[in-house]
Design a protein around this ligand. Structure first.
Ligand SMILES: [Zn+2]
Length: 373
């Protein structure tokens, strides 16, 4: 089947409002280096191996439990994997998480998996459809590994990324370049410049890597779902917030949660998605905070964290709301408000993948929520 058939590239590219929304809100790849793959306060946690079981620079893999591994990316050393993920191994089978930002990224995780165990891994799961988690999917397709994901993932990948394959790069980047040219001040210009870098990378990655769409859709209405790999119970759950397609993989007996992009650790969350809901995401984080105090979270980006990471992220959401509400009350129009947010001292060391992706997206969503009540 021609995967392009249901969509017309020309139609997509001429949809100015859609594209301008993408430019306004799409952001950068996480280029900032994270100091460590594990939050320093967790380095003595007995579940976490002191040394990685594999380290490719752009990503390292650590054991974080019995049969549980976390793949943590460092994008300052290359945009191969880009996001975090990992794998779970039981007596009977294993489950790979994420397809990463490129085919070599998914291959790196598979190599590490094979070094760690002889147990077969017939399935892989995408926590959501975003390109930095899905663009290496052809690796699984080529290796006969079934790909699981939220039921909306295939459609969202088609609409967002497959339509860009073979598209005109200059035309695609033109609106981002125009934003730099038209910037009202130096801060707005820097934000727009960062966004251009991100959009360029997105375009290039999507054009370099073919996609295999998930062939095992998970209907969110039928979740949570229990998974038996021949070890302790595993639960796959859907929560609202980041992309409308977000799944987590939870191992309650070991207090480990693979959270996908519902958790950003030591980083501003990416809030650009049309299905991103800030209020829904806040509720999701409230739920995560209610889980055991010793829960380990493998975030979508940034170091492995504990409940302190959830607390910090909730504080960050509070700050985004506080500043957005103040600007809204003062009558600051949205196009200015998105550039006027000030990163507080507490979050100065946090990675901002790109202003548009993260902060402008968050302020826009919060403004919209205030209008709709
Ligand atoms: Zn994402």
């Amino acid at each position: 089947m021609n995967p392009i058939a249901p969509f017309s590239r020309r139609q997509f590219l001429s949809d100015a409002s859609r594209l301008s929304a993408l430019y306004a809100l799409a952001g950068s790849l996480p280029f900032s280096a994270f100091a460590s793959s594990v939050t320093p306060s967790l380095l003595d946690d007995p579940r976490i191996s002191r040394t990685p079981v594999a380290d490719a620079g752009f990503a390292s893999v650590r054991k974080i439990g019995d049969g549980l591994y976390a793949t943590i990316s460092d994008t300052s050393k290359g945009i191969v994997t880009i996001c975090n993920g990992g794998f779970l191994v039981g007596k009977d089978a294993g489950l790979l998480l994420e397809a990463y930002g490129s085919v070599p990224g998914a291959a790196f995780q598979m190599d590490t998996y094979r070094k760690a165990t002889k147990v077969p891994a017939p399935n892989a799961l995408l926590t959501h459809y975003h390109f930095d988690h899905s663009t290496g999917s052809a690796f699984y397709g080529a290796n006969g590994i079934q790909l699981w994901g939220h039921a909306a993932v295939p459609k969202r990948i088609m609409e967002s990324y497959v339509v860009l394959q073979g598209a005109d790069r200059a035309a695609f980047l033109a609106p981002a370049l125009k934003r730099i040219k038209d910037a009202k001040n130096e801060i707005a210009r820097q934000h727009a410049q960062g966004d251009l870098g991100a959009i360029s990378n997105l375009f290039d990655l999507v054009n370099k890597n073919p996609y295999t769409l998930p062939d095992h859709p998970l209907d969110p209405a039928k979740l949570p779902m229990n998974l038996d790999l021949g070890a302790c119970p595993i639960v796959i759950e859907h929560f609202p917030g980041h992309s409308g397609t977000d799944l987590i993989v939870r191992v309650p007996d070991q207090k480990v949660v693979y959270a996908g992009d519902l958790v950003f650790s030591h980083a501003y969350p990416a809030c650009f998605d049309e299905k991103c809901t800030m209020s829904g995401w806040r509720k999701t984080l409230q739920t995560f905070a209610s889980w055991d105090k010793d829960t380990l979270f493998v975030p979508g980006h940034g170091p492995v964290c504990g409940q302190e990471g959830i607390r910090d992220l909730r504080d960050l959401f509070d700050d985004l709301y506080l500043q957005a509400e103040k600007m809204h009350q003062a009558g600051v129009p949205l196009p200015d408000a998105t550039d006027q947010y000030v990163i507080p001292e507490k979050f100065k060391t946090y990675a901002v993948f790109a202003w548009g992706f993260c902060i402008a997206g968050a302020i826009s969503k919060i403004y919209a929520e205030m209008v709709t009540g």
